[in-house]
Design a protein around this ligand. Sequence first.
Ligand code: PMV
Ligand code: MG
Length: 332
Amino acid sequence: MGDVIQVQTGGKLYIAGEYAVLTPKQSAIIKNIPIYMTASIKPANQISIWSDMFDYRAGMAADVNYTLIQETIAVWAAFLGKDVADLRPFTLDITGKMERSGIKFGIGSSGSVTVLTLKALAAFYHVKLSRDTLFKLASYTLIKRGDNGSMGDLACIAYDDLILFTAFDRRRVRTWIESYDLKAILAKDWGYGIEIIKPALSCDFLVGWTKEAAISRDMINLVKSAVTDDFLMQTQKAVLRLKLALEAGVKCDVKAEIENVSGLLAALSPAIYSDKLKELKAASQGLDAAAKSSGSGGGDCGIALSFKEKDSQTLIERWQTNGIELLYQEKL
Ligand code: PMV
Ligand code: MG
């Protein structure tokens, strides 16, 4: 079994900038979540893929559950300048589904699977990929599929770090896909920004899981028409102030800007703060902490930053009382 290669990718959660970051040049702060998926890849006689999400094997013949992985493999073949049929065949096994009892956590599993598949293939074919090429290849794969997200999840997962992501013009990349080959597209400047944020703050970063699954694609379609220039401007200012406050370790500004972006989201659409997410946020009342929904909302997870050990405990207990589970906890 010496020739089995293993690679991992984590999850992500938005801290600020949701919905605004769907517009080019807008920024979001996105946190890596070290709940990992693992891929094992080894030589085989034919391409075979398996995921613990579905628990059966597939090849490259059309299969609804495996389309994302299959399309990622096809993009990889194009990246090597080959047909899929001419690739050295492999068995690819993916474990670590980001869900419990069939309910997803909502921490970016589809983005993570895409980046994971690319990382596994790169390792298998001994190709060294920069984080940016990894990000571009993953984005290319999803844009080609018609994904309607900002690709910020992919940036965070490819970097596996806390980042400030500034969005590129996905429509422009989509038109490139019609006219240029993959190599040429990768060589272009897409105009995005990915900057690692080093917080200088001592606090607990807490993730509360509502156990209600929300579908980002549907939420985006529901909410995006409500986005106004004013929302974009206000969010951008708040996101940049939050980044500075995190880096400078200015607690009151961090709390104020979390509240600020949370309020902007609440005003954007009533669909974002589901009852559970309202409870998740309300649990921070009276504590030295700030909480908000994360990502598209409507369910999935919310986040909190808490500045006192005792308050973290209280917050977690309040969440538990409301059926919100502490999914992940980290000292920033
Ligand atoms: O629900 P999530 O964690 O996939 O986050 C979606 C964030 C949006 O800004 C609403 C969409 C996006 O892809 O940026
Ligand atoms: Mg979500």
